[in-house]
Write a protein that binds this ligand. Sequence first.
Ligand code: NAG
Ligand code: NAG
Ligand code: NAG
Length: 488
Amino acid sequence: MAPDTERRLGSSLMKYGTVTSLLVVLVAYWYRSPQDSGGLDARLDAVLSSLLRAESKVGVNSASRPKVAIGFGGCVDIIVDGVELLNKIGLQPTATPLHHDYIQNAEQLAESFAYFFAPGAASERFVMNETLFSQLVEASRELPGNRWSVGGNAPVMAGRMALEGCDVLLGGTFSTDFNDVLSEHITVAGNDVDEPDIHLIMEYPSGATWGPYTSRRANRYIVHSDEHNPYLDSMEAFERQLLDFQPDLLVVGGLQMMDNFPFKEGERQSLLSHLSSLMSSASAETSVHFEMASFVDEELLAELLEGVVPLADSLGMNEQELPNLLSLLRGSNVTVLSDPNPRVATVLDQMRALYSLLNEQHTESGRGRALTRLHVHTLAFQAMIVRDGTRWKNTMSATAKASLTAHRHVCGSAEVDTSKARLIMDDSFSVSRREGSERIPLEETRPVSCWRERDYQICVAPVLVCTEVFQTAGGGDNISAAGLVLQI
Ligand SMILES: *[C@@H]1O[C@H](CO)[C@@H](O)[C@H](O)[C@H]1NC(C)=O
Ligand SMILES: *[C@@H]1O[C@H](CO)[C@@H](O)[C@H](O)[C@H]1NC(C)=O
Ligand SMILES: *[C@@H]1O[C@H](CO)[C@@H](O)[C@H](O)[C@H]1NC(C)=O
């Protein structure tokens, strides 16, 4: 509905008063309800087939497999139902949801979990207390329904890229049995270890309850107590092979394992300056993507903004990470918790601001790379900004693929089943929160909306949100990788 229509409707309702508005509601209800489910299903099916068509318009060139180098890190994920785990260890729901930068004891775990669980916001925290972390992992092992899988941003992105037809160089430290489960198209650069780092993924569905708290959407709370990943162990081996490998794309992620890690004085700075030099040495033919994550350590973030972000042409992040980065760039504090279900207009405005700020910085400093691609994944939609005349191609198809991958990942199935999906995005969206902005209808047969502004194209695709959640963790990595793969 166009804004002026809304306003007209609003004023006429006021004129005729409550009786009319009640009538309008009743009529609307009567009009919709008989074919509600049938109509909705048909709509979802139409959106799905259009997204599939958009995705398959272009493919990865399987003859000349694109080469992608991805760092850093890797771990074994143990995935459990978060509330079941807390119940099993007898942790009572806290009365005080509270943010903690890292976790030292069970009470802080309860407070931190409650803080993110109710809004349903993705979060990841370092557990400083090894005893507590071992207890949690032991209890998880005993929980019925637990699952183990290859985890960490880099290996998940590597797996997705290999699956989609790329040859991958993966910088990570793994145990040997772990190497065996990786695709044949993945070459690992890094050391072998006996005990890989473990990440404990506490998943919860939408509407789950823990004491007085009810989750507003499905998501996960992750805890880890890594020993290898924070040191970017594989960086040197990765760097040695990078020159010969000559990738089309270099992806850097997994740096959140450094967040609030108790490094020795100067250790983190020296790791990051090594990383900066690795990224700067990428040839002009190699595009560079940085995948953001859940960071709260302001010093680390400041270092990333100084030495990592400016060296990337492309950034990927979710609806929590976008406002966080923007807030820091504007000289404010970390935003620990943002709206987990933001409107399209809000996200697009934040993306435009981030794009402009980073490019202004790049122009002023004259170093690093211009930001030419920005991909934001949210529960309800995928959004991309891609600069005109750059190497990034197929933005429309890439946005569609990212959207389909979101459903496939969360439902744990390559097939998209519309009986397990719903659209959260409204029937139309405003392109900005600025007054008088254009509204774009969500058309079933052309669900990916793309348009040009200034020197870039914006594409927005609705997500067929999975309603029978298999797993949310790793979603951002799978989605980001799927978006990138059609653009290189
Ligand atoms: C670490 O966790 C254990 C087990 O929950 C607890 O007994 C201990 O007090 C914690 N240590 C600190 C320093 O909080
Ligand atoms: C994410 O992508 C990987 C490929 O690395 C795939 O094996 C995995 O099943 C995907 N995750 C989910 C939950 O679909
Ligand atoms: C930022 O954080 C500091 C320390 O945590 C606090 O003192 C300050 O008030 C915060 N500033 C803003 C703008 O929130």
